[in-house]
Design a binder for this molecule. Structure first.
Ligand SMILES: [Ca+2]
Ligand SMILES: [Ca+2]
Ligand SMILES: [Ca+2]
Ligand SMILES: [Ca+2]
Length: 280
């Protein structure tokens, strides 16, 4: 599919070539970089493609439905393709109020077409466990479903820290062998003392409690069955909203002062990901 796309692109550009050297390479793969929501750009060596929009700030994360924006050559929303006499450092060039004077612009095309943006939202509690958003299981019954809960079993140990073997997967750690993995087990070592009550020195850190000095903390050691008078504090809750916006331009036409044209039925501008941290 990609090969076909590149071939098609090359064909169209060459088809418009009137022999003038200002018909460019126009190869922009991958995703754009952004300065806020309103300036999105791609850099390929000495060529740049920038989308400059006049929507409201943060429109990519506040508008959930598909958006269609008309791009016009001299309008409020436009696509600008430039070639330069030297390589461009993207952030330096596009993310300043006053662009640097070098490198020099050799040629400029302005685009018209229709920009279609579709944005999807996913939520991630970053606890390293794959959890479906449509699964409303709430193991500890605290009102926060597991896919948003940083401590799924409510035992005072964050889910991501219940990965005892350190392989990056908390789902395969089951200290007491009761087939309930530690991150869903409120008594990890099966000694009948809840993990939340195994912080013997009551300093909020259960990892430094090792009564028999065998280098296994009490909450993972069934030999150390001493109940603390003060339960571990609740793990603070936090998750991320991740917005993935995919941008496609249809009936794209780019024209420069010499009348050189680049026309594409559709152009995949790539996607932008924005994250917002939510503290409930
Ligand atoms: Ca919960
Ligand atoms: Ca836990
Ligand atoms: Ca278990
Ligand atoms: Ca225990």
């Amino acid at each position: 599919m990609k090969k076909l796309y590149v071939f098609l692109l090359t064909f169209v550009v060459l088809a418009c070539d009137d022999g003038n050297i200002d018909v460019p390479e126009f190869t922009f793969d991958g995703n754009p970089t952004s300065c806020g929501d309103l300036v999105l750009y791609k850099v390929n060596g000495s060529e740049t493609l920038s989308l400059e929009l006049t929507q409201s700030d943060n429109f990519l994360i506040t508008v959930r439905e598909a958006q269609s924006i008309t791009l016009t050559e001299d309008g409020a929303n436009t696509l600008i393709y430039r070639t330069f006499d030297a390589n461009v450092t993207g952030a330096n060039y596009f993310c300043q109020d006053i662009p640097p004077t070098t490198p020099n612009i050799l040629n400029e095309w302005k685009g018209s077409g229709t920009l279609l943006i579709t944005t999807s939202l996913t939520l991630d509690d970053e606890d390293t466990v794959e959890e479906e958003e449509d699964n409303t299981i709430d193991t500890d019954g605290d009102g926060t479903p597991n896919y948003l809960d940083n401590d799924d079993d409510g035992d005072g140990i964050p889910t991501k820290d219940e990965d005892v073997d350190g392989d990056g997967d908390p789902t395969n750690d089951d200290t007491d062998g009761d087939t309930i993995p530690n991150y869903l087990d409120n008594d990890d070592d099966g000694d009948s003392i809840l993990t939340i009550n195994e912080d013997v020195d009551e300093n909020g850190n259960p990892d430094d409690d090792d009564t028999d000095l065998d280098d296994i903390p009490n909450y993972l050691d069934s030999d150390d069955a001493i109940t603390s008078n003060t339960p571990l504090p609740a793990v603070s809750e936090q998750y991320k909203e991740i917005y993935l916006s995919e941008l496609t331009i249809s009936t794209l036409e780019l024209t420069n002062a010499n009348g050189n044209d680049i026309r594409l039925e559709t152009f995949d501008f790539g996607s932008i990901t924005e994250e917002v941290t939510i503290t409930p």
